[in-house]
Design a protein around this ligand. Structure first.
Ligand SMILES: NC(=O)c1ccc[n+]([C@@H]2O[C@H](COP(=O)([O-])OP(=O)(O)OC[C@H]3O[C@@H](n4cnc5c(N)ncnc54)[C@H](OP(=O)(O)O)[C@@H]3O)[C@@H](O)[C@H]2O)c1
Length: 297
């Protein structure tokens, strides 16, 4: 049986671990910092998926596996190195389920001889308590259209997770990052849910954040519509009033924020390409300060 290890068994990793386990064709291990005592995924239709995924808390107990699913927050990647060192060899593929566009830059230096497969994550899920996850929509992942992407799609068959491959992964990843440049930053900084985008000044700020990201994306080779910012902000304004963002939930809980892989990545790519990104620079500075304080009030 194929062996897979999930590192980062939170909202996204928990959905994937439970799905792979339920498919019954993969031997899954949850690599966790402290025991979860099983996984329970509450699906959008009200049904629940319970999965007793074997858990390991000490990297020394693990050896190399065929697949590693890495689903920590981006800023937690370096701390996962002890797991990757044990789990990876030349026959391993590491699928990175994280937001942003720098999956390979972040993970290749930590993955030894393993190959790294980036993924765009469209899994809207919230970790209610350890091992208890609420899933809001059909889980979807997008991977590059290559042999590793095809093998990962095959691995996920029967798991309930839709895996799509694309020949234009650059556009897929930047498209998601353009959305994230506005929603996470604004909701986390204001500590308000999506209706905050109804405020006209916030609308303007959101448009500016996305437009900067779009210009950087285009210069990076992504093919995005010129009116992307209008579309993104219209989409955010139409979301249900209770909608927020994972960065808002992290701020409310006093946790470190994943700003660097989002607005920070826009700033870095902009600097490399000679494109000014003053709005993203400003929110990166603010989010860095907020994240370091760890204080939601
Ligand atoms: N949630 C969503 O709806 C959503 C949607 C799209 C994209 N994403 C992206 O998906 C990625 C994962 O997000 P998430 O929402 O699933 O995050 P999350 O719920 O915070 O889960 C992260 C998990 O990583 C674990 N972890 C952190 N450091 C670790 C380490 N050194 N060793 C082992 N485990 C470690 C944490 O364990 P502890 O429990 O011990 O802290 C936690 O369970 C992020 O890049 C996020 O932006 C999320």
């Amino acid at each position: 049986m194929t062996r897979a290890a999930v590192v980062g068994v939170g909202a996204v990793g928990g959905v994937v671990a439970a799905g792979l386990m339920s498919a019954g064709r993969v031997e899954v291990t949850a690599c966790v910092r402290s025991p979860l005592g099983g996984l329970r995924v509450l699906r959008p239709d009200g049904s629940a998926l319970e999965a007793s995924v074997p858990e390991v808390t000490d990297p020394a107990e693990m050896s190399a596996v065929e697949w590693v699913v890495l689903a920590t927050k981006a800023h937690q990647t370096a701390a996962a190195q002890p797991w990757l060192s044990r789990l990876c060899d030349a026959g391993t593929r590491v699928v990175v389920l994280q937001n942003g566009v720098e999956h390979r830059e972040r993970v290749v230096p930590l993955a030894g001889a393993a190959r790294v497969l980036p993924a765009v994550v469209e899994i809207s899920a919230e970790s209610r308590s350890r091992g208890h996850i609420r899933l809001f929509d059909q889980p979807r992942l997008t991977v590059p259209e290559d042999d590793d992407g095809a093998d990962f799609a095959a691995l996920c068959q029967g798991s309930g997770i839709e895996v799509t491959s694309t020949s234009d992964f650059v556009t897929a990843a930047w498209s998601k990052l353009c959305l994230n440049a506005a929603n996470g930053a604004v909701t986390a900084l204001t500590m308000q849910r999506m209706p905050v985008f109804a405020n006209p000044r916030i609308t303007q700020l959101g448009l500016a954040l996305v437009e900067e990201a779009r210009q950087v994306a285009t210069a990076s080779g992504a093919r995005l519509p010129e009116d992307l910012a209008d579309r993104v902000i219209a989409r955010l304004r139409a979301m249900p009033p209770e909608s927020g963002s994972s960065m808002l939930w992290d701020r409310l809980a006093g946790r470190e924020l994943e700003y660097d892989a989002r607005n920070g990545a826009v700033v870095r790519a902009g600097a490399r390409l000679g494109i000014p990104t003053p709005y993203n620079e400003a929110v990166t500075a603010l989010l860095e300060a907020v994240s370091a304080s760890g204080n939601p009030s």
